[in-house]
Design a protein around this ligand. Structure first.
Ligand code: CU
Length: 597
């Protein structure tokens, strides 16, 4: 493994090596494969999500190809990969593709890269702990990803494939073999969801316990960096929302395999068998699913919000503007997230009075979101901004969040949502949040914490080229989707141009596909930068960015056990605007006040 050489070389050279020497007599397999070290587990999550990002991205390109050139063969690829589909993306295969694209990107890329990779790597380091509260549980949480990957992969390859979308609505998903592609593949897919749920649950329990119990002396809750606050709130969200999805998934599995009728109404006839007897509720699934999956949107966003806040503070050489309002607004976003799930069901036939309630609650989320945007701008305002890759990606995060947030207000309103429901407007909205916001935040965070992970710097030049091309490609791909949605183009159609009123949208779709290809090609630059910098990157010291938070007091990369000595904390990471301090832009949390003046 690539990680191994850098970590072992650095830890061997550690002056405080003898302090941790008893840990380091480990066999390499316990050190790098079945490791209980939170940093190794974080990097394992990171590399796994890279692999999944490539797979989910390839599926996205196949979808884009079909929408630009319906039924045309993909050069070089069709013959080899889609032979069983006659070298074409058939409507059935298209359905499987968008189901798996959503599944892979949500459950195997975005959630594990934020909570799994950065949560693991950063939480103990930023609170001054030597590891997680439950290191073995932590290891288990990573290894439970693999049965999930196995089930999803098998389900993709299994005859028919899963084709109920990532939302897996009954009746299609509840009735075994009721429709093409709803066979055993769908069952496997549900097992995959269950395994990712177990993995995330173990992570969230661990993160909450670690943050509550293992903070360094002096690190009060309101001396925690916003990254840690965001991870804490995310872990709480997962702990309260995930059991609902896992339980609902098991109920759906029971409907499929054991003949229960949680989601199946009476009188449904399948495969010429006798009509079902159960009096189940099809809509119950939507309630349970969205009770998890709306908070899940914040699980996929809040950690990036926290990390961007810290990156902007460091790169603008200013304290975060409005630290406590940032914490309160993240908590408000999380809390409100539990009472808005009905906005996914405005057209399901719910009582209009109920729809109104969900509409008001949803629009209220705009308030804490606006507080955050205002505070990020306040943080940048008047700062000595260093225009490096980290800053560019962080600012892209904020600006794309504004676009995605504004389109969110449109669909929160019942009258507008009835018009745009299940159109490309929705697809535009959530890609602005999940790609535009979260992934730019993640690219910035990788560039920012890479020196701490591997002891090397990533290339600034490659980072900037990657950023510019991704930014152009991303907006070129996703912005026109707003127009497609308003024009009435529905999502999940393999060939929307069969409808005469959508024919004129083909050229715009072709433009978007070219933009998507550009965006995908730009990621090659990112991978060259990431893996190339392991070998050719400039060596990094402990604190290459002059940041104030605790992780930068540890060696780069930190040895097993993290710190030379347990750090003492004297202040919050953003409490350095004291005019008495001569160098107000660098004042580490662990420096005693006496030496400050
Ligand atoms: Cu929602």
């Amino acid at each position: 493994m690539i990680v191994s050489s850098t970590i072992s070389a650095e830890s061997a050279a550690m002056p405080a090596g003898e302090h941790h020497a008893h840990h380091d007599n480990r066999w390499w397999i316990t050190k790098y494969v079945f490791s209980t070290d939170h940093k190794v587990i974080g990097i394992q999550f990171l590399l796994t999500t890279f692999l999944m990002l490539i797979i989910g991205g390839a599926m996205a390109l196949a979808i884009r190809w079909q929408l630009a050139f319906p039924w045309a063969q993909i050069p070089w690829i069709s013959e080899a990969l889609f032979a069983q589909h006659g070298g074409q993306i058939t409507p059935e295969f298209y359905t499987v593709l968008f189901t798996m694209h959503g599944t892979v990107m949500i459950f195997l890329v975005i959630i594990p890269i934020l909570a799994g990779a950065f949560g693991n790597f950063l939480i103990p380091l930023m609170i001054g702990a030597d590891d997680m509260a439950f290191p073995k549980l932590n290891m288990l949480s990573y290894w439970f990803m693999w049965p999930a990957i196995f089930c999803f992969g098998l389900s993709f390859l299994y005859e028919g494939g899963p084709s109920a979308g990532w939302t897996s609505y009954p009746l299609l998903a509840a009735l075994y073999d009721s429709a093409p592609g709803s066979g055993f593949a769908q069952t496997l897919w549900l097992w995959g969801i269950t395994f990712t749920g177990v993995s995330s649950m173990m992570g969230s329990i661990n993160y909450m316990t670690t943050i509550i119990n293992m903070r360094a002396p002096g690190m009060t809750f309101f001396r925690m960096p916003l990254t840690i606050w965001s991870m804490f709130i995310t872990a709480a969200l997962q702990a309260f929302a995930l059991p609902v999805l896992t339980a609902a998934g098991l109920m759906l599995l029971a409907d499929r395999e054991l003949g229960t009728c949680f989601f199946v109404p009476a009188g449904i006839v399948v495969n010429n068998a006798a009509p079902t007897v159960g009096g189940g509720q099809t809509l119950l699934w939507q309630h349970l699913f969205w009770f998890y999956s709306h908070p899940a949107v914040y699980i996929m966003l809040l950690p990036a919000m926290g990390m961007v806040s810290d990156m902007l503070a460091t790169m603008c050489r200013k304290p975060v503007f409005g630290y406590r309002p940032m914490v309160y607004s993240m908590s408000a976003i999380a809390g409100l997230g539990f009472i808005v799930w009905g906005h996914h069901m405005f057209i399901s036939g719910m009582n209009p009075a109920l729809g109104m309630t969900f509409m008001v609650a949803t629009i209220m989320i705009a308030l804490p979101s606006a507080v955050k945007v205002f505070n990020w701008i306040g943080t940048i305002w008047g700062g000595r901004i260093e225009f490096n890759t980290v800053t560019l990606n962080s600012i892209a995060f904020v600006s794309m969040f504004i676009v995605g947030g504004l389109s969110g207000i449109f669909m929160a309103a019942v009258p507008v949502d009835i018009y745009i429901h299940d159109t490309y407007f929705i697809v535009a909205h959530f890609h602005y949040i999940l790609f535009g916001s979260t992934l730019f935040g993640v690219f910035g965070a990788i560039q920012y914490w890479y020196p701490k992970m591997f002891g090397k710097m990533m290339s600034e030049r490659l980072g900037k080229i990657h950023f510019v091309l991704t930014f152009i490609g991303m907006n070129g791909t996703f912005f026109p989707m707003h127009m497609l949605g308003i024009a009435g183009m529905p999502r999940r159609y393999a060939n929307p141009y069969l409808h005469e009123y959508l024919e004129h949208l083909l050229p715009l779709n072709q433009f978007m596909t070219y933009a998507a290809i550009l965006m995908a090609a730009a990621q090659l630059i990112f991978f060259v930068n990431f893996f190339g910098s392991l070998m050719f990157g400039k060596k990094a010291g402990r604190n290459p960015w002059n940041a104030n938070t605790l992780e930068w007091q540890a060696p780069s990369p930190p040895p097993h056990g993290n710190f030379d000595a347990p750090p003492l904390v004297y202040r919050g990471p953003y409490e350095y605007s004291n005019p008495a301090h001569p160098q107000a832009d660098y004042w580490p949390q662990s420096e005693p006040p006496e030496s400050a003046s």
